[in-house]
Design a protein around this ligand. Structure first.
Ligand code: AMP
Length: 320
């Protein structure tokens, strides 16, 4: 029986969440439409997901002088601490462009312009250097490592998200980060690339040996798997009426997952089961509109309704 308790308090979490990742411009093409440069980036989605849950969240990232103040104001107004987001006035913001295939489960990256990310030296605001939960969102593994090393002490839980781009370009550094993390979240294709195994069960076993005690494999519209050396938990994705643009779903998932852990102050496997439900429920909003548009509007009540839908979807009685 699915058992997912949302933290009752509406107050900000006691455990702090620090997330590092891109704050970016994205240009997206799906079978349903196309955008010019819009707000994107892994850290942006993580921050927005955390703000829905009123998590005490700080972001570490870098932007160029071309980044609109209105985006910063929008995030700040939602309680996202941006003290660790550095602006390089004469630099350009990270830009990514992608095109989805008809099934929306796969996409081609058309452009990745690192721009200000190329020489990024992350600075952690004093207020967040003692965060208990650290989410190393998708970004150069050297930056992820630097952030981990610059914390006051090792956080209680270190979660890593990455993608094929970094596996292709910075394998050794990525291995170094992976060795230092507790939880890794990656999609099925990336798990196969990382492990050289087709079977996701074998892939998870191999990834455990690289460092992470917990391995989360995201399977797009087919849900997610959570592995804890020997134990496995599986959830479906909600069957949605509107699937418009999957960009940021993975980051939103990670943000929801990490926020649930921070709010419930519990890093057990049992609680991670609930956390992946929360992450999936959160991500189900992101895919409904382009970019961050839907996530920006989500309320706590809407999130609770989706979590209830998850319970109904996965609860059944059977007599054996
Ligand atoms: P997701 O759909 O969850 O994989 O995340 C999409 C977001 O990741 C987009 O908003 C991009 O700006 C960002 N992104 C794309 N490529 C990279 C990269 N190589 N490093 C960091 N972030 C990226």
């Amino acid at each position: 029986k699915a058992n997912c308790r949302m933290p009752k308090s509406k107050n900000y979490s006691i455990m702090k969440l620090l997330a590092v990742g891109t704050v970016a411009f994205d240009a997206i093409e799906t079978p349903f439409g196309k955008t010019d440069k819009i707000l994107g980036g892994a850290a942006t989605y993580i921050g927005l997901a955390a703000s829905v849950m009123k998590t005490d969240v700080s972001l570490v990232s870098v932007i160029g002088g071309d980044f609109p103040q209105e985006y910063l104001d929008m995030m700040t107004s939602k309680g996202i601490n941006l003290d660790g987001v550095e602006m390089i006035k004469d630099g350009k913001t990270f830009f990514w462009s992608g095109k989805y295939h008809n099934d929306l489960n796969s996409r081609d990256t058309l452009v990745t312009e690192l721009n200000v990310l190329e020489n990024f030296d992350p600075k952690i605001p004093a207020s967040a250097a003692d965060a208990e939960v650290l989410l190393l969102g998708n970004l150069h593994p050297a930056v992820q490592l630097a952030v981990l090393e610059r914390m006051n002490s090792r956080p209680k839980l270190v979660i890593l998200d990455t993608m094929n781009f970094w596996m292709d370009l910075t394998w050794d550094l990525l291995m170094e980060v992976i060795a230092k993390t507790d939880v890794i979240t990656i999609n099925d294709e990336e798990a196969r690339q990382l492990s050289g195994e087709y079977s996701l069960v074998k892939a998870a076993q191999k990834i455990h040996t690289l460092g992470p005690k917990y391995v989360i494999i995201k399977k797009g519209e087919h849900g997610a798997l959570l592995f804890d050396d020997g134990k496995v938990f599986a959830i479906p994705a909600l069957p949605l009426e509107e699937v418009f643009d999957p960009t940021g779903a993975g980051d939103t998932f990670a943000g929801g997952f990490a926020s649930h852990i921070a709010k419930s102050e519990n890093i057990s496997f049992e609680n991670m089961k609930s956390a992946i439900i929360v992450g999936s429920a959160m991500a189900s909003f992101t895919v409904e509109e382009f970019g961050t548009q839907r996530l920006e509007k989500v309320t706590q009540d809407e999130l609770k309704q989706r979590i209830t839908q998850f319970k109904e979807l996965t609860t059944f009685e059977v007599e054996l």
